[in-house]
Design a protein around this ligand. Structure first.
Ligand code: HEM
Length: 457
């Protein structure tokens, strides 16, 4: 049967969330708070308990919204591949991010989404990725040269890598090559915008994070929107230039506002995710010296100063480390959706307009699929063990289906080029004062910002 066509947003975007889930197992937790505290603190043990008690599907209430928690690879596959066009990404993200990311890829469904994704595809072709790889290596060289001066000192690694990847974003995404006040302001606006999205109090009033975030977004809109005409006329190779020059099926440029909104979301989708992936890698390597040594030897054996675009597959152990970090601490903790119509899920009828929550990390830790899932063990992804191949959705750090991460190859290039250069130039040791709490929200990372001592090789 052909999938029903959903070309008209009026069909479902004006309908409020369904909250009548009486026939679905589960509970709504504490009065007012629901499950919010446990969910935000660490959703994994909470989800594991619910799975034992209720199975794959249970009703929950988090951050003031009732919905259905969907656990395990079968439901992840149903939701992400979505052959029946039953799930809306737009409405899944609507309540929290509409203020900041309306008009972005993640806030579009079906035909609208496909049209928008076309604008962006052009910036992720092989030739473009090759160019970004060269530029990123150049930026890393400069930055690591500065880090050399901090050898033998303890640095908050998370803060350093966050700043470095902001610099990468300004240059590769927007084409801002100078490191002066202009880029500092741009980066600050971006950080305010991201902090704004994580607001606790939904008030757009001075002094509140949401307000600062909205101001940040306005700054980004003016900054990026103001660049569109010159980028369209120029021959730049940054991502924004690609979007500006791309044309639709009728030969028209894409709308300036669409380009601006997509670029702002891209900055967000790219930055914190890769920052978290690299920070967690340093955390696990510091705790597993044998893995760190094996990775160092792989890098050294290649005999080059840096990884070129064509070398990205020449470090298979690094790929295993990346995968294991994403398995154990995925950079995107949760993928929300909302049902468009009544949907059969795990034997229950989930009514139309119900919020759906998936948790990739739960699936990545399921004992049914992984040996000792709590153990950091990159060899589980080796060709000999291939533990990740039992179910197509037991490992899905980049999502799946129409909304699958458009930056999947870019992020792994950014990650590998950094880890390669860093491993060749430095050894390092963790300098935690005590075992850090590993936070999941707003961004997965060790709460103490991962202090390490840099040791020059
Ligand atoms: C370790 C790094 C990254 C991880 C783990 C990651 C993960 C994800 C996931 C799980 C989704 C799907 C969300 C959903 O279905 O609701 C997604 C979407 C997306 N990601 Fe990434 N991402 C990463 C890096 C990046 C980078 C570097 C970029 C851009 C250069 C990027 C751009 C996007 C965009 C634009 C979307 C929305 C796609 C769409 O809706 O069609 N991501 N990412």
């Amino acid at each position: 049967m052909a999938a029903p066509s959903v070309t008209n947003y009026d069909e479902y975007i004006h309908v409020p969330n369904n909250t009548n889930l009486d026939h679905i197992p589960g509970d709504y937790g504490l009065p007012f708070l629901g499950h919010t505290i446990r969910y935000l603190k660490d959703p994994l043990p909470w989800a594991q308990e619910r799975y034992k008690q209720y199975g794959e599907l249970s009703k929950v209430s988090t951050t003031g919204t009732r919905g259905v928690l969907c656990l395990g690879p079968d439901l992840a596959q149903q939701i992400m591949l979505d052959p029946g066009r039953d799930f809306s990404s737009k409405m899944g993200f609507h309540d929290r991010v509409a203020t900041f990311f309306s008009g972005s890829l993640i806030m579009e469904d079906f035909e609208h989404h496909r049209h928008q994704r076309r604008i962006m595809q052009t910036a992720f072709k092989n030739d473009s990725l090759k160019h970004y790889t060269q530029e990123i290596n150049r930026i890393y060289d400069r930055a690591l040269g500065e880090w050399q001066r901090e050898s033998d000192q303890t640095i908050p690694f998370f803060v350093y890598i966050k700043d470095l990847l902001l610099e990468v974003a300004a240059e590769i995404f927007i084409g801002e090559t100078e490191r002066g006040e202009r880029v500092r302001k741009l980066n600050q606006a971006f950080v305010d915008c991201v902090n704004g999205i994580m607001y606790i109090v939904p008030l757009n009033l001075p002094g509140f994070a949401m307000h600062k975030g909205i101001k940040g977004k306005e700054y980004l809109q003016n900054f990026i929107g103001g660049l569109v005409p010159q980028k369209r006329a120029g021959d730049g190779l940054d991502m924004l230039s690609h979007f500006c020059r791309e044309k639709d099926e009728d030969g028209n440029f894409f709308d300036d506002e669409e380009i601006t909104n997509q670029t702002i979301f891209l900055l967000f989708a790219a930055h914190d995710t890769t920052t978290a992936a690299i920070t967690h890698t340093i955390y696990y390597l510091a705790r597993h010296p044998e893995v760190k040594q094996k990775l160092y030897e792989e890098c050294k054996a290649l005999g080059k100063d840096e990884l070129g675009y064509d070398d990205l597959d020449a470090v298979p152990y690094m790929q295993q480390v990346f995968n294991e970090v994403q398995r154990i601490r995925p950079s995107v903790p949760s993928v929300p959706r909302r049902t468009i119509r009544d949907v059969e899920m795990a034997g229950y009828k989930v009514p139309a307009h119900t919020m759906i929550y998936t948790l990739p990390r739960f699936t990545h830790w399921m004992e049914e699929y992984w040996d000792e899932p709590f153990k950091f063990d990159p060899d589980r992804f080796s060709p000999e063990r291939n533990e990740h191949k039992k179910h197509p959705f037991q490992f899905h750090p980049f999502g799946g289906g129409a909304h699958k991460c458009i930056g999947m190859h870019f992020s792994q290039m950014e990650y590998k080029c950094f880890i390669y250069k860093f491993m060749l130039q430095f050894d390092f040791e963790a300098r935690h004062e005590s075992d850090p709490f590993m936070q999941t929200f707003p961004l997965p990372k060790p709460t103490d910002d991962m202090p390490i001592q840099l040791i020059r090789r």
